[in-house]
Design a protein around this ligand. Structure first.
Ligand code: HEC
Length: 144
């Protein structure tokens, strides 16, 4: 009988500490799961956004049309997600890191990991340079 009480006590302690552990872990994840907080993983740490720069928009659209339209359309879902309004659901840093560092993003970032479950193809690394990714972002800002 005593042993059984000890056993129950042990189970309760184990269960409570597991719960505690899970909750703490969950807390961290919640920050990176909030799409408007998550900056993604990659070279881009902060992006400064100002007035729309039309020269950058035009150049960004050109790069997008050449390197991204095999899989993306602005107005509808295709091989990849629809990109209209993407700046309203992701941070600028996340978008640029997804363009520049998709392999690591798909492995480690919670939002990217969720996306690849929905889409059968992986987002491709198109060898885009950081300043080009910034121009693509500027173009995305104009399509809402
Ligand atoms: C080979 C197909 C392919 C190409 C080429 C491609 N993508 Fe993707 N992209 C995807 C897929 C598929 C996803 C969804 C995530 C996944 O399944 O990997 C995605 C996701 C994204 C996302 C995240 C969208 C969201 O809703 O959060 C952005 C932004 C993006 N791509 C931008 C680009 C840009 C910019 C280019 C061109 C430089 C590009 N992609 C080229 C297939 C592609």
């Amino acid at each position: 009988m005593k042993n059984r009480i000890k056993l129950y006590a042990l189970i309760i302690v184990a269960a409570t500490s597991t719960l505690f552990f899970v909750q703490c872990g969950g807390g961290d994840d919640a920050a990176s799961n909030d799409p408007m907080q998550n900056k993604g993983i990659g070279p881009v740490k902060t992006v400064t956004i100002g007035e729309i720069d039309q020269t950058m928009v035009a150049e960004g659209k050109e790069i997008f049309d050449a390197k991204c339209t095999a899989c993306h359309k602005m107005e509808s879902k295709y091989i990849g997600p629809m990109l209209k309004g993407v700046t309203e659901r992701r941070t600028p840093e996340w978008i640029m890191n997804m363009i520049l560092n998709p392999e690591e993003m798909l492995k480690k970032d919670p939002i990217a990991k969720q996306l690849i479950k929905e889409y059968s193809a992986p987002m491709a690394n198109q060898g885009i340079k950081q300043d080009e990714a910034r121009k693509i972002l500027e173009y995305f800002r104009t399509v809402k």
